[in-house]
Design a protein around this ligand. Structure first.
Ligand code: ADP
Ligand code: MG
Length: 215
């Protein structure tokens, strides 16, 4: 399978569908320990990306990631807007003039996640989207190191994202609005971790289907 920007419209559509399908559940999570706007914030960004998707499909990856990052920054708002914006802009900066294979993507995604950590001054274990993004980056790196087959790498990524999302339930929030609740933040999954997991799994699904579809 060639990972090309022409896949972007179907990737964006899959994200749109999965966030829509889980909107109520995620809003309830964000109402429990945040201010309840996370889904609306994300959906503004997804709508803007959908409007740009034909244009994005014609770009090379670094240009597409830069544009996606800028759109997320301006359209999403909230803490998550600048964090997702940072992720994609940093991925664009880390891009190489090499075909996008698993190893190259793992490096680029890892750089993006490091930039999110710096931007939000946060790390794993603080009950945020990073509890999904950091293990996913590690899973990609491990898969590249072990040269595992792409379908297996994708399965591992999806499993890792779900485990990361679940792990936020019992964590104490130390970053973002949920941290204001201190001990009361425990017992609820973090909304941003949930949407990150949903989006990662939706992307994995599209890519896995692409692998089994003859070109
Ligand atoms: P806001 O909290 O400004 O209303 P959103 O509701 O859109 O923004 O996003 C909230 C999500 O952002 C949280 O659930 C959490 O996953 C993530 N988040 C908040 N602060 C940070 C941070 N410093 N680092 C990483 N992720 C964060
Ligand atoms: Mg919010």
């Amino acid at each position: 399978m060639q990972l090309i920007p022409a896949l972007l419209p179907s990737l964006i559509q899959a994200i749109d569908h999965v966030i829509e399908a889980n909107a109520e559940e995620v809003t309830a999570l964000d109402q429990a320990i945040g201010d309840g706007d996370h889904v609306t914030n994300l959906q503004r960004g997804i709508k803007a990306l959908t409007a740009q998707s034909d244009e994005l499909a014609k770009l090379d990856w670094p240009t597409a990631w830069q544009k996606i990052g800028m759109t997320m920054m301006t359209a999403v708002g909230g803490a998550s807007g600048s964090l997702y914006g940072t992720l994609f802009v940093a991925m664009s900066k880390a891009a190489r003039e090499r075909p996008l294979d698993l190893q190259v993507f793992a490096e680029i995604f890892g750089s993006g996640v490091d930039a999110v950590k710096q931007r939000g001054k946060a790390d794993a274990g603080e009950k945020t989207m990073l509890d999904v993004l950091i293990p996913v980056a590690a899973s990609l790196r491990q898969a590249a190191e072990d040269s595992v087959a792409l379908p297996v790498a994708l399965e591992n990524v999806a499993r890792t994202a779900i485990a990361g999302m679940e792990s936020t339930r019992d964590m104490l929030a130390t970053k973002g609005r949920a941290s204001f609740l201190e001990e009361r933040s425990r017992g609820h999954i973090d909304a941003g971790a949930k949407t990150s997991q949903l989006m990662v799994c939706a992307l994995v699904d599209v890519l896995a289907k692409q692998l089994t579809t003859p070109a």
